[in-house]
Unconditional design. Structure first.
Length: 318
């Protein structure tokens, strides 16, 4: 029996294990839908000239599925990616290859994080946080971008090869996957174990404080990213205000509050960029959202590192 036969037999066995159990089948189906819908949402709102999605949430969703359910659910990842590419009108052969590359990206990131970076997939210190960014996002997305770019050129997929040079396309693909992976996985890791309510809201005053602070952040983001009161406030509506609030939230509401601010800021800033409004109004077409993606990840790192240090100091003090 050749190595190809053994690989084919092993793959068929993995698919059979997942589809013979009713519970596993439901998980696979739900995973496929999540990957497809996450790509559908971002591709519908975040396209530059109808070509490349600038934030690929599906890469983060794929890795999150493996984190939550285990690597044995990789067939659901490849099927989810295959549904995406076929829906976009890509031929079957390149769609299969691209789906395999996306699955390899998620599998590789899961393996490295689980074995060398994150024990039980919990962010305990700043080393874990940087490891998630570098290996879960940066490195795995770079490998995927290099391979996917080669496939696009090899098969002449859509108009991408006519619009972008190889390394420019690789950069865009890497950027989209890296940002999507880091933002989605960071959120999932922090909320996969729902915190007890007393952790965030131990009394009524804490709830009121939470609502007031987040209402203020929501309003400030609208000023910065959606041009609210532009004529009145003028040049003070800059994005650095978010760093003030992320520091306040890190002190008062720990890392869960930080993640909520990052998610909220991402939605508001991207909405403004798509509409050509706010601080990143020109970033959508001039830099393919590169400035924004760097900005929001710096905001996330700033808030998370502060909250982690505060938690470590509290543990040492107790």
């Amino acid at each position: 029996m050749t190595k190809l036969d053994l690989a084919t037999k092993w793959t068929a066995k993995k698919f059979k294990l997942l589809f013979t159990s009713s519970s596993a089948f439901v998980i696979v189906l739900a995973s496929i839908c999540l990957i497809f819908l996450s790509s559908f949402i971002t591709s519908g709102a975040l396209l530059v000239s109808g070509k490349v999605c600038m934030i690929n949430l599906s890469s983060g969703v794929a890795l999150s599925i493996l984190i939550i359910k285990g690597r044995r659910y990789w067939p659901s990842v490849i099927l989810g990616y295959l549904a995406i590419y076929l829906y976009r009108g890509i031929d079957l052969a390149p769609a299969v290859v691209l789906s395999m590359i996306g699955t390899i990206e998620a599998y590789f990131a899961h393996f490295v994080l689980n074995r060398y970076i994150l024990r039980d997939f919990k962010i305990r210190n700043n080393r874990d946080l940087i490891g998630l960014l570098m290996f879960g996002g940066f490195l795995s997305a770079l490998i995927s971008g290099l391979m996917s770019g080669a496939v696009f050129y090899m098969f002449g997929v859509s108009e991408l090869t006519k619009t972008y040079k190889y390394f420019e396309l690789v950069r865009l693909l890497w950027q989209a996957n890296e940002a999507g992976t880091f933002l989605v996985v960071l959120t999932v890791l922090e909320f996969k174990e729902i915190p007890k309510s007393k952790y965030l809201f131990n009394d009524r005053s804490k709830i009121i404080e939470f609502l007031l602070i987040f209402a203020l952040i929501l309003f400030t983001n609208q000023v910065v990213f959606m041009n609210w009161f532009k004529d009145s406030l003028g040049t003070i509506g800059y994005a650095y205000w978010v760093f003030l609030f992320i520091t306040l939230v890190a002190i008062r509401f720990n890392r869960y509050g930080v993640v909520l601010v990052v998610v909220m800021t991402t939605i508001q800033a991207v909405t403004g960029a798509v509409k050509g409004m706010g601080f990143f109004a020109r970033d959508f077409t001039s830099t393919n959202l590169s400035n924004f993606l760097i900005y929001i990840q710096v905001v996330a790192l700033a808030g998370m590192t502060q909250s982690i240090v505060i938690e470590e100091n509290k543990r040492q003090a107790s």
